[in-house]
Design a protein. Structure first.
Length: 247
């Protein structure tokens, strides 16, 4: 069967267009206190475009270019992440009372620093394991975030976060399927790559607009990174085992 990444079908405009700033239940003071968290979640989505550009730049210099299947995965992923950034930008504007122009000015200044990730980003197998891990972490993070966003008032906020969480779970599943399609005989290499990814994630001291490994915050613990890494690694090995058995 050819590889086809899945995308969930939901409409951002019909969810967020009707929301009014007057429905937001937090004071100016609270909004200021929440701002760093809202901003971090927004930029973590926005930065997908920086990672995509970085991968395109690297791909043009690689001896072995990324596969067509990987291209399909990335396209579906980038459409969703742009939609997530748009959704969280709308939410940010409603809570913080800024204009889209002000937000765009600030976002346009972002640049990613991908130093230290070279080996992971230049190899499709390792990159796919990295995506699986990172998207599983996002799924977990958004699951934990839903009560906070719902507490801001408009019911659409909680619904938006639920969509984001469910999309991230699909990205995770798409990455595992991609590995099953492209690398059926690499199950034995998964533990070492996953260990390297977790080590890198744990060692991050600051987030430098890379989209991946953005877990330097109070919301994630080292234990969570290790737990998620172990369960994602096991899921990939199971999937690769299944493709090897059916080959
Ligand atoms: Fe996302
Ligand atoms: Fe995602």
């Amino acid at each position: 069967m050819p590889y086809l990444p899945r995308r969930r079908d939901w409409d951002l405009s019909s969810l967020m267009d009707p929301v009014l700033a007057s429905e937001v239940r937090c004071s100016r003071e609270q909004a200021r206190a929440f701002e760093p968290r809202l901003w971090m979640d927004l930029v973590a989505e926005y930065d997908a475009r920086l990672l995509e550009a970085e991968l395109a730049r690297r791909a043009s210099e690689l001896d072995q270019p990324f596969s067509e299947e990987f291209g399909l995965f990335l396209k579906a992923w980038s459409l969703d992440e742009a939609k997530h950034a748009d959704g969280l930008a709308r939410l940010y504007r409603l809570v913080m009372g800024v204009t889209q122009e002000e937000l765009d000015d600030r976002l346009r200044q972002r640049t990613g620093n991908f130093r230290g990730f070279d080996e992971l980003l230049d190899d499709e197998f390792q990159l796919s394991v990295l995506f699986a891990y990172d998207e599983a972490m996002s799924t977990r993070g958004y699951g934990d975030d839903i009560p906070f966003y719902a507490s801001l008032g408009p019911p659409a906020f909680g619904k938006l976060l639920r969509h984001l969480k469910n999309d991230e779970a699909v990205h995770y599943a798409n990455a595992v399927e991609l590995l099953g399609t492209r690398f059926p005989d690499r199950a034995g290499d998964v533990p070492e790559v996953m260990a390297k990814i977790i080590e890198l994630d744990v060692a991050q001291e600051s987030y430098e607009a890379t989209f991946v490994l953005d877990h330097v915050s109070a919301e994630f613990t080292v234990d969570q990174m290790r737990q998620v890494g172990a369960s994602v690694g096991a899921a990939i090995v199971r999937r690769l085992g299944a493709s090897a058995a059916s080959a």
